[in-house]
Design a protein around this ligand. Structure first.
Ligand SMILES: Nc1ncnc2c1ncn2[C@@H]1O[C@H](COP(=O)(O)OP(=O)(O)OP(=O)(O)O)[C@@H](O)[C@H]1O
Ligand SMILES: [Mg+2]
Length: 253
């Protein structure tokens, strides 16, 4: 049975999508069969793997409300081992609709239950909030990865996120575990970055991924070409670090 892993942090722009796309594609290169699920109405993960948000007949929004079968919404990508369950702005309305439904928090879990056996990994890219879509991701997944930028307020946000994860675990998903905190956009020459990292390791000694993702312009270029980093510049620092993080993830889960 495949493992379901959510990339979540309510803070915006911390590298959730970049990490979801490149960990998913990295696992694909490591011979795993991977489904990347875009759970953000912004549809950034969808565009990042070269699928047009406008051309979707069915998306994760339809799947969540039982409006289509999984295989109608899933798209193959051009990349090794990687399929996509796409999203676009329609998902914003679906989040609203979900709130009114019974078992609002469990729709994704139900939708993914039949897909689990078809994939080694299902990677969920969450939106920047703790709303119903992120709650659905936390209820559906086995592990959470928290991408985090070493900023002044990052630790505060982390405490809030850990509290929410604890509540959802108790209430809905006892098997929910934290796979780790992945430091993104790291610059070891900045005192702030090294200070925040030291603080993070002090509070969560076993949780922080050994692999840090450095700030690397190649990583921000790749989505513009609709390709994961390995297909944009496979010798870049970003490609090497995300592949190392994908290998570390295999050991952590
Ligand atoms: N390691 C990195 N080096 C350089 N730029 C990066 C890196 N990681 C992410 N970025 C860039 O930072 C921006 C935010 O990253 P990303 O979209 O992955 O964050 P996010 O948490 O998914 O954002 P949102 O909360 O809006 O969904 C993007 O423009 C992305 O290309
Ligand atoms: Mg994102």
């Amino acid at each position: 049975m495949g493992k379901i892993i959510a990339l979540a942090n309510q803070k915006g722009g911390v590298g959730k999508t970049t990490s979801a796309v490149n960990l998913a594609a990295g696992l694909g290169l490591l011979n795993k069969k991977v489904l990347l699920v875009d759970l953000d109405p912004q549809g950034s993960a969808t565009s990042s793997v070269g699928i047009s948000k406008k051309s979707l007949r069915f998306s994760v929004a339809d799947l969540l409300i039982g409006g289509c079968r999984p295989d109608s919404a899933i798209r193959q990508t051009e990349f090794e081992g990687l399929d996509l369950l796409p999203a676009n702005i329609m998902l914003a309305a679906t989040e609203f609709d979900l709130i009114e439904k019974e078992n609002a928090e469990s729709h994704l879990r139900k939708a993914l239950s039949t897909l689990r056996d078809e994939y080694d990994f299902i990677i969920l890219d969450c939106p920047p909030s703790l709303g119903m879509l992120t709650v659905n991701a936390m209820v559906a997944c086995d592990h959470v990865i928290i991408p985090m930028q070493c900023e002044f307020f990052a630790l505060e946000g982390l405490v809030q996120l850990m509290t929410t994860i604890g509540q959802l675990k108790r209430r809905y998903n006892p098997r929910l575990a934290i796979a780790g905190i992945l430091v993104t956009m790291y610059n070891g020459r900045l005192a702030l970055d090294t200070d925040v990292l030291a603080e993070l390791k002090k509070h969560y000694p076993d949780r922080v991924f050994d692999t840090k993702i450095s700030r690397n312009p190649r990583l921000s270029e790749a989505p513009g070409f609709g390709v994961p980093i390995y297909y944009h510049d496979k010798s870049s620092l970003g490609a090497r670090e995300y592949l190392r993080a994908a290998k570390e993830l295999l050991n952590r889960v």
